[in-house]
Design a protein around this ligand. Structure first.
Ligand SMILES: [Zn+2]
Ligand SMILES: [Zn+2]
Length: 381
């Protein structure tokens, strides 16, 4: 079948200062193959503009091109391939960005975000089944982004890339749960198990940073300091649970030490900027933990004193996909939304159409976007 999709034809060169190739991202008409064994065709209803797509465009996250972008989305199943028994046409679903194989040592150990097969498929721009279902008019196969490629009127994914959405959950809002919420709230709840009464700092107040703020609020952290370079994001951060907001700068560590009687228990970096990771680490107290959630450029390095790690029992760790088990975590996150604990409506900023995707990424790159830009692709069935 024919579908319109956001195709990236060329990547930037990463952190070398050259502007990202926004002209290489455009809406194209593509041919989409029918779902093969273990695959499912989905009509995306909504997909959000997330930094991980932008990192592919800038070259900070090297991936094969041409590629159909989009990974934070939700939709309705339209067709299932042979052997698919868990999904049927008409079913609402949310995408999950590591298709976990279910049988590697990480999957059976309860850490599907680290799945060997799923991450290898993602790196090679293919589905967990090995397929690349999109093709352009010249006959070239397109790479799939994180097995999903949600910025398209239709997409085909492995069944392991889907989680059912309950009927009483607004399907459009469910999109945000697949990346920002599971990544941000998961980092708080799964990666480090933040306790009630904890002091927390969150560097970067984009979609994931705000989700970390909501997660910290959800578990009862009593001091939640949000830091960003853009003051316009502060009001929303405070609405979602931040107790203090600070403009990023050299004196942040001193300011936070003053606010928290010596530093925070947990500092989360969601910017993916190495210098900010160092600053986040500097704001933690003795015994404190720094969690890197943003994806830095692969060439970036952070200098840490191992002696200090030992003598003050500090921890520096990474968190991928919120260390989540999507099939376990998404149902309770939906439940937490319905119970009023995760005010996702407020996280949604501007609403766009598929044709606005390239402009949406330019605005995200400028760094001034408040809340999540949500692309409405189709009406919910
Ligand atoms: Zn994302
Ligand atoms: Zn696996």
């Amino acid at each position: 079948m024919l579908t319109r999709a956001a195709v990236l034809r060329r990547c930037g060169t990463g952190d070398d200062g050259t502007p990202p190739p926004f002209d290489a991202l455009a809406i194209e008409e593509l041919e989409l193959a029918a779902p093969g064994p273990g695959e499912v065709e989905v009509a995306p209803v909504a997909a959000c503009i997330c930094h991980s797509d932008l990192s592919v465009l800038t070259g900070a996250r090297p991936r094969p091109v041409p590629m159909v972008l989009g990974h934070e989305g939700s939709g309705v199943v339209t067709e299932v391939g042979p052997g698919v028994t868990r999904f049927q046409p008409g079913q609402p679903v949310v995408f999950t960005y590591v298709p976990a194989c279910g049988h590697c040592s990480f999957c059976v150990g309860g850490r599907p975000a680290l799945c060997e097969g799923g991450n290898a498929a993602n790196q090679h721009g293919q589905l967990l089944t090995g397929a690349k279902p999109f093709q352009d008019h010249a006959g070239e196969a397109l790479n799939q982004h994180l097995g999903l490629s949600a910025f398209s009127e239709r997409t085909v994914v492995a069944q392991e890339s889907l989680i059912p959405v309950p009927d009483d959950m607004p399907l459009e809002l469910a999109a945000v749960f697949g990346c920002a919420i599971v990544t941000g709230v998961g980092a708080v709840v799964n990666t480090v198990s933040v306790r009630p009464g904890a002091r927390v700092a969150v560097f970067g107040l984009g979609g994931v940073g705000l989700s970390v703020v909501m997660g910290a609020h959800l578990v009862g952290a009593t001091e939640i300091v949000g830091i960003d370079v853009v003051e316009d994001k502060f009001e929303l951060a405070r609405e979602l649970g931040a107790t203090t907001t600070l403009l990023a700068g050299d004196d942040v560590a001193t300011a936070i030490a003053g606010l928290t009687a010596g530093g925070v228990d947990y500092a989360f970096d969601t910017t993916g900027v190495a210098a900010v990771v160092s600053q986040a680490y500097a704001t933690t107290r003795r015994g404190g933990t720094t969690v890197i959630v943003g994806l830095p450029d692969p060439s970036a390095r952070v200098e840490v004193s191992p002696a200090e790690l030992v003598a003050t029992e500090r921890t520096l760790c990474g968190s991928y996909m919120g260390s989540a088990v999507p099939a376990r975590d998404l149902p309770w996150l939906f439940q937490a939304y319905r119970a009023g604990y995760l005010p996702i409506e407020r996280l949604i900023g501007e609403r766009l159409e598929l044709g606005d995707v390239p402009a949406g990424f330019e605005r995200l790159h400028e760094g001034t976007v408040v809340g999540r830009q949500l692309v409405q692709i189709a009406e919910a069935a």
